[in-house]
Design a protein around this ligand. Sequence first.
Ligand code: AGP
Length: 655
Amino acid sequence: MCGIVGYVGDRQAAEVLLSGLARLEYRGYDSAGVAILHDHGHDHNHDHDVDADDDAGNGNSNSNGNGALTLRKSVGKLAALREALDAEPLSGSVGIGHTRWATHGRPTVANAHPHRDCSGDLALVHNGIIENYASLREELRREGHSFLSDTDTEVIAHLIETYWNEQDTKQPTGSEYVQTSQPGLRLAAAVAAAMRRLKGAYAIAVMHRDEPGTIVAARKDSPLIVGLGQDENFVASDIPAVLEYTREVVILHDDELAILSADGVTVLNTCLEEQEPELLHVAWSLEAAEKGGYEDFMLKEIHEQPTALRETLRGRLVDGVVQLSELELDDAEIAGLNQVFIIACGTSYHAGRIAEIVMEVWARIPTEVQASSEFRYADPIIDEHTLVVAITQSGETADTLAGVREARARGAKVMAITNVVGSRVTREADGVIYTHAGPEIGVAATKTFTSQIAALNILALKLAQSKGTLEQRVIEDIYDELSSLPELVANQLLHQDEIQACASGDCCINACTSLFLGRGIGVPVAMEGALKLKEISYIHAEAYPAGEMKHGPIALISPEVPVIGIATNAATYEKVISNIEEVRARDAQVMLVGTEGNEELRHYAEHVFYVPEVSELLSPIVATVPLQLLAYYIAKARGCNVDQPRNLAKSVTVE
Ligand code: AGP
């Protein structure tokens, strides 16, 4: 979820890039940079790059022939980049800028974008993840390219360089080798050829010293728009970046490229055939645009779950082998493990409770879960035969970090699962699995939760494969089903009417307390539903294993107490229904999360939130979505600030 801005026109590009990047700050970032093509005749041509905090020396400008292509990069907030540009301004009216939210490689100047090719003539910024970057880098290294960063992005710059250079030497054999004087087309041809080699998701903006006055942008599975101005044009990863200058935008589609110059914009497909651009007039306010048109970040992030899940699951099964090199344990070491111990807090703890069940069923390994705040003082029984999994979306939760230290001190190997590259847990754990869900701004964890579940599923599959507890065919079936979840969740999100209608009813809005019930893997789902509701709507919510209800909580039941049951298809479905009948007999208002097609549920509940049919162990992701939306709409109906609930912080860095 990095930010891209590109500009070509009459203004000083650096100013436009900085203001555009500032408009994308809400997306989160940990470093920033710009590349500007120096105009002839301007004053500030430098012989060498002066990267702020340059710890890599990777930014030599190239100042022969056309204007110099110069970079400024800095770690941290945009203020640091602005300072660097104030100290040594870059003059020029064509440039690209980027705010990076680290995914491959730590947040350093060397890893910050833009990245260059070997010649230094090409600069590129990128959002997304290139899945096959390791093999491409190896191939390019063999061809003599050298790399200055740990990023997947740099590979794209060198790949484009290869195709750019081939156009000098090869006869045209297709659209990728273009002999034409149209500005930008040679670069576009090289970009198109590179796109055919890339696997994964990307939005890129590229400039080349020998194509002055143009920027080439392209995308696949990562958003990118073009802003249309008068004698100036813009490219950006999101609309807010250009709203100060224009409200007319082109939405680029997958596998499309755009050539931008001050005079115009041409949209092409990867065969370099001109495409009809999709034009949009933006009527939203800037604030609404930052939220992508959603009312709140929380709702936006709920809707980002399909993308987040795709990113988490991308490339995790290759030729039947579960890919989890982050684990750094070979099969023999995995065979030597006698338990998994999961530590986490809050929503991450609920992901751990789901994983506990999945690990035991798939990998047949005893698994325990403990709240980090308990674990650290509990004198836990763990040793070098224990795999400790620390789950924390922020990577900064004090109790979980303390638990990591405690576990390592006792000889256990610690894997962190986090969403934030370079966060503290990544420095303290032995290995890290990133969820790649993109920055989450709403305090209530939504997309990070479902991504954690997906990552934990992959970990469980890896252990199962190494230990031989699941047949190969079963592993492949599970991975296929997991891979179908993003699409299923996307469909679910199209049908929220029942949830919205229910949330605005008196029974929900005026509730003082509520009860969430589930069995088996439905218990942690119920716990997460209850946490979401209480933290953003301030309605007390209690989650209980449905079978335990008669041992106490049933005393709470009255017509004023909404009961939310997890009644998806499962081995214990009938039991859940019996428990629901018990609460209905006491006049509770019942809502059920159930499997599509199960019409009998309507007899037991005022409202049924249907979710797609998936295997029981994979059901938590689809079952959680309606609970997130229910909490969201109830909180909104009660006038609560869902993005920043009272007393809560996004990272809890104190004990
Ligand atoms: C989730 O909605 C909460 N905001 C909170 O429970 C959170 O999950 C908890 O503080 C743990 O955070 P972490 O994942 O960053 O460690």
